[in-house]
Design a binder for this molecule. Structure first.
Ligand code: NI
Length: 131
């Protein structure tokens, strides 16, 4: 086992940014010092499968929506359902990644980031967490 899970994606919009591991930008930061624009719109998770081995969640991002800062407790696979660019705001900085519908990738537990849809169109992906 990987030790104590840190945190999972919040499972409803009301939990985002309320407390705990979800880091928020200080509202007193100036536009100049703020590292990333923080969208008001949150990505919406919909759990499709949840059992003792796997959680499959469909994430839907309106244009400019974000997940909020979170830490992945489990190894996971992402299957983009849309092609486009996502901005990953990580402890090391931020980077934009190109995703292609149907082209999956995997990441290890412990990844910490905020994910922002910087496209003008809706973006969706499936997240498959391996427990
Ligand atoms: Ni994530």
């Amino acid at each position: 086992m990987r030790g104590e899970p840190l945190a999972r994606h919040a499972r409803g919009p009301l939990r985002f940014g309320v407390s705990g591991p979800y880091l928020r930008v200080d509202p007193l930061d100036s536009e100049e010092t703020r590292p990333e624009r923080i969208a008001d719109v949150k990505a919406v998770p919909a759990v499709q499968i949840k059992n003792e081995r796997v959680i499959v969640t469909e994430w839907t991002f309106a244009p400019h929506a974000e997940t909020g800062q979170h830490v992945h407790a489990f190894d996971y696979v992402v299957v983009p359902l849309t092609s486009g660019t996502l901005r990953l705001v990580e402890p090391e900085g931020s980077r934009d990644v190109q995703l292609t519908a149907g082209v999956s990738y995997s990441r290890p537990a412990g990844v910490s980031h905020n994910v922002i849809n910087i496209n003008a169109h809706e973006f969706r992906f499936l997240e498959i967490e391996l427990m």
